[in-house]
Design a protein around this ligand. Structure first.
Ligand code: UTP
Length: 459
């Protein structure tokens, strides 16, 4: 192994790593060799070469609007939606649905020290993202007498902390045997001139391989086969950063099932042409998503004849993937394309000084699987009800915005149930009290009630 790796390092002009290796102790050398052996170095440097030549740029695509189920406006559309709900509920009751939350990201923009799922987000009780999701899974499982496995993807960096967090919180009551964890893959981080980065003695800088890595790592972990063997057929997929997500939404599941889709997506109207969000559209005859940074600005800014955004569908990163489709992706040489994120990174120089350097991180995106599906489906949902991701410490997509959105949603529930609510108060409804407005109204009669202080509707 040693000779092979040193040879490869030479081939790819990584003399600085060889020099570093020579100065290490035996144990440190072994650690470095094992780490390098984990990677497919040929692949990494091929991807790097592709980005240098810009061969991965999306050019010459034939783009048109995608096929999307809009919010229902007519009684007929309402009826189809109710049929979808029925079908989705049946799928849940029949134990066909598993839930995957991808939580392997580095959360650099939020700047929070710890796995993002452990961030306290709920407006009154300060529950963490993980607790909110786990309680939703518990509530849905109870409502439909179903067993819904909750699967969490971690990274090498946050796996241990994530597992410990769940353990310390006694799995929030869901039961240890219902929660599964698996780690995504990682890739070496490179400098813009294609060099591996020494992070510590015997260690090089790495990054998780993107949320697209989830579909491969689910397979490699053995969990995919376990789910299929247990009769599960659909995977509800969401990100750890959206506290408004409706986990295993029966309506969404129903549309996915009715359309015999292998990959489905929830979309929201883009706020404006500047919003940094992936766009759901049709390219080269196939519906799918293109990241805003990869899409020509003329499409990002295009308006229709009424002056509205032509490519209006923003990606929420809420999907359903059929499990046989995920299996097929893995059986035919899993190959989602790589994207390159150009970021900065703080390092210590060999002399022990702090330094910030430019780096290239390669990753795959889960939505690149959509055009590989035989059939796809997308439905429009209301942003204010379902999508408020926590990305930045302040401003757009911040925790404060997400808390405001949660309060506003619950205020509509409370007022809809007949109560009067004073301005500027915080409201929180536990998923264990109600997972949707209908359930809330059945449990809470607000007629004649005025709410004057912050309030929590608990289990
Ligand atoms: P983002 O692209 O927002 O990245 O991830 P992030 O790591 O959370 O934040 P930044 O960009 O460093 O500030 C969207 C979702 O995909 C998951 C994240 O955990 C989040 O739920 N993700 C991202 C992974 O699970 N693995 C990855 O390699 C990248």
């Amino acid at each position: 192994m040693k000779e092979k790796i040193l040879e490869k390092l030479k081939l790819y002009n990584q003399q600085h790593i060889i020099d570093h290796y020579m100065g290490l102790t035996g144990d440190e050398q072994n650690r470095l060799l094992n780490l390098l052996d984990y990677f497919d170095l040929d692949l990494i440097f091929r991807i790097y070469g592709d980005f240098l030549k810009a061969v991965t740029k999306k050019e010459g695509l034939k783009i048109s609007p995608a096929n999307i189920v809009p919010l229902p406006k007519t009684p007929q559309e309402e009826a189809i939606r109710e049929k979808a709900r029925d079908l989705g509920e049946k799928l849940i009751k029949n134990n066909k649905i598993a839930v995957l939350i991808v939580a392997g990201g580095q959360g650099t923009r939020l700047g929070y020290d710890g796995p993002k799922g452990t961030f306290k987000i709920s407006p009154v009780k300060g529950k963490t993202l993980f607790q909110l999701f786990t309680e939703q899974v518990m509530a849905i499982s109870k409502r439909y007498s179903a067993r819904i496995p909750l699967i969490i993807m971690t990274s090498h960096e946050n796996d241990e902390d994530t597992r410990t967090f769940f353990k310390d919180n006694r799995f929030f009551g869901l039961g240890e045997d219902n929660i599964y964890f698996f780690r995504q893959g990682m890739l070496p981080t490179l400098t813009p001139d294609g060099k591996l980065i020494i992070k510590d003695r015997g260690q090089i800088a790495t990054n998780p391989d993107g949320h697209g890595g989830s579909l491969k790592a689910l397979n490699d972990s053995g969990l995919l086969d376990m789910l299929l063997a247990d009769g599960y057929t659909e995977l509800f997929y969401c990100q750890v950063d959206n506290p408004l997500v409706k986990i295993a939404d029966p309506v969404f599941l129903g549309y996915h099932y009715m359309s015999e889709s292998e990959a489905s997506t929830k979309v929201v109207r883009r706020r404006n042409v500047e919003e940094k969000v992936g766009v759901y559209l049709n390219f080269n005859g196939q519906d799918g998503i293109i990241e805003y940074s990869d899409l020509d600005p003329s499409y990002m800014k295009a308006l229709d004849e009424k002056g509205e955004i032509l490519y209006w569908a923003g990606n929420t990163a809420i999907h359903i993937f059929s499990l046989p489709f995920v299996k097929r992706l893995n059986s035919h040489g899993y190959a989602l394309p790589y994207h390159c994120a150009k970021k900065t990174m703080d390092i210590k120089t060999p002399e022990g000084n702090d330094n910030t350097i430019d780096v290239w991180k390669f990753e795959t995106f889960v939505f690149d699987a959509i055009p590989l599906a035989k059939k796809t489906c997308a439905i429009e949902v209301k942003r204010e009800e379902e999508f408020s991701p926590v990305k930045n410490m302040t401003g757009v997509d911040s925790p404060e915005k997400a808390r405001d959105d949660m309060c506003a949603l619950f205020r509509r529930w409370v007022e809809g149930a007949g109560a009067k609510v004073k301005d500027h108060i915080k409201i929180e409804v536990s998923p264990l009290f109600a997972i949707d407005y209908q359930e809330f109204k059945n449990k809470f009669n607000g007629k004649g009630v005025t709410i004057e202080d912050d309030i929590y509707f608990g289990d």
